[in-house]
Design a protein around this ligand. Structure first.
Ligand SMILES: [Zn+2]
Length: 477
């Protein structure tokens, strides 16, 4: 009998031991599921993107639209019933696109649809006319001899592959970011690239370049995909192809902007912060619906749903709408410069900056010992057809500064299949946002953020990730 008694005692103890280590109570899981299901029937995020794209529209850092966006966001966060709405002032660069004229002058004169890369210098009044030399990508360009390139306009023709992850983007974005200075170091006069984008519409996709301080600055622009095809057909004839390029792009003095901060205060762990970030600025060509109006809406509506539900969270949920992500990640950098004890209060961070399409997986970057917490959260997301992803997330540009300081990240990885059709282009408008898919994203965020704010023992601290997004962060200040 003693053996049986011992066995019974062990059985009785087992659930207690398991519960003591469980990151969530049954009540936490039930509340998260309730919030998730409520979000599926909520169109609040769509209404926020509709308001932002209609009432503000383009909001390039430093522009008048940027200032209107800050005022709009402050009003929106207050109207949603969030607490402690405040501004963190940030000085942001102010670049102006100006007009562009791009045309083939020989062998078959035609006007091309092009746009300046963000941060590019302009040409002088006379413009530039030179023969085009084609390379596929920066690796080929790097291997070129100076005499192949000097005095010419370099064209990089690599096509962005359609993918449901960011792989296609990462395959070509360095042509845009690093191409101008590599071409300049070989004495090229200008650079044009095939747009980093998957649309075959006659629209060009912009995005930031990063000038290397050790090379001269040359003008750089992107061609629409159909115009890149056209140029390549001309190059394929073997006849010299000459391009004329005139650009009015210019840099203006820095302007004041702001990160917007709003909270749902926590209870017994209110000093600890779960951060949801998105960026308020956008490029100037479209109205910034999917980049990053939807991120703004996802972050704000997630917090608002939790606040409205009356479900109290242990930790404070903090929404941060970052200034000037697109060009130099000025807002993210300013936020990461908050005092160390303030940064130390961040338990985990999430960033919404991948459009409006549905979430496929919950990725993370947490210490291995905390993977169980992420698995428990993924269990609540399973009815949304969301899988447990990888523990290799780079988080996002705006939270990369926090992650460098050891803050773990949770990442709801969205479907990228169609994201790069409109990304950074005149086609980035509200018609690209589907309410049902956006509701699924908000449902995923609301359950994840709620549970992150409840998780017993938090998420620990990480070693800073090695890989970072190719941005121009820090290159200009
Ligand atoms: Zn973005």
């Amino acid at each position: 009998m003693p053996r049986l008694l011992a066995a019974m005692t062990c059985l009785a103890l087992l659930p207690a031991v398991a519960l003591a280590q469980a990151p969530f109570t049954q009540a936490d899981i039930a509340t998260a599921a309730r919030l998730r299901d409520a979000a599926l029937a909520d169109n609040g995020a769509y209404d926020i993107v509709a308001s932002l794209t209609t009432e503000v529209g383009p909001r390039l850092a430093g522009s008048a639209g940027d200032k209107r966006a800050v005022a709009w966001a402050q009003r929106m966060l207050i109207e949603l019933g969030l607490s402690n709405v405040r501004l963190q002032p940030v000085m942001v660069p102010h670049w102006e696109r100006g007009r562009i004229e791009a045309r083939v002058t020989a062998p078959f004169p035609q006007t091309l649809v092009a746009t300046a890369l963000g941060g590019s210098i302009g040409t002088d009044e006379a413009g530039i006319e030179a023969e085009v030399v084609r390379f596929d990508n920066i690796a080929e360009l790097r291997a070129a001899a100076k005499e192949q390139v000097a005095g010419r306009i370099v064209y990089l023709g690599q096509r962005t592959e359609r993918s449901n992850t960011s792989a296609g983007y990462l395959g070509t974005v360095y042509n845009r970011v690093s191409g101008p200075s590599i071409a300049a170091s070989l004495d090229a006069r200008a650079l044009v690239i095939r747009s980093v984008g998957t649309s075959n519409d006659r629209i060009a996709h912009t995005g930031a370049l990063s000038y290397d301080n050790n090379a001269p600055r040359i003008p750089a622009a992107a061609l629409s995909n159909p115009d890149a095809d056209l140029l390549e057909r001309m190059l394929a004839t073997g006849k010299p192809v000459r391009l004329f390029l005139k650009m009015g792009a210019r840099e203006l003095p820095y302007e004041q902007s702001a990160n917007l901060i709003a909270e749902v205060p926590g209870t017994d762990l209110e000093d600890e912060v779960v951060l949801i970030g998105a960026h308020l600025d956008s490029w100037d060509l479209g109205t910034g619906a999917i980049d990053d109006g939807t991120g703004v809406a996802i972050a704000a509506e997630t917090a608002a749903l939790i606040a409205r539900s009356g479900a109290k969270t242990r930790r404070t949920i903090r929404v941060v709408l970052f200034a000037s992500e697109e060009y130099v990640v000025a807002g993210g950098a300013a936020y990461a410069r908050l005092p160390e004890d303030e940064i130390g209060r961040h338990v985990v961070a999430l960033e919404a900056d991948a459009g409006a399409d549905h979430v496929l997986a919950l990725d993370s970057r947490v210490p291995e010992g905390k993977r169980g917490v992420v698995e428990s959260i993924a269990g609540v997301l399973a009815p949304l057809r969301i899988e447990l992803g990888k523990n290799e997330s780079y988080g996002g540009a705006d939270i990369s500064g926090l992650m460098a300081g050891g803050v773990p990240a949770l990442s709801l990885r969205q479907d990228w299949t169609n994201y790069l059709d409109a990304h950074h282009s005149p086609n980035d408008n509200l018609d690209k946002v589907d309410r049902v898919r956006l509701n699924q994203v908000v449902a995923a965020y609301v359950a994840t953020v709620y549970l992150a704010a409840q998780a017993e023992g938090g998420f620990g601290r990480i070693d800073p990730p090695e890989r970072t997004k190719p941005t121009t962060s820090g290159t200009r200040q």
